[in-house]
Design a protein. Sequence first.
Length: 61
Amino acid sequence: MVFLADGCEPLEVVAPTDVLRRGGVEVVLASIKDDLAIRAAHGVTLVADAPLSALDLTGFA
């Protein structure tokens, strides 16, 4: 799980997520707010898979 918050660095989200997914790891992008659209640094908008509040965290190690 990768947490997304307004002001995050896009490269710090996208690069590790890409590497993990290429390696066959299931990655969930979780917004720490209820909105899926995250206003990252430099005016970039990222879209989360789900808000953290909606996820069942018992399946994550």
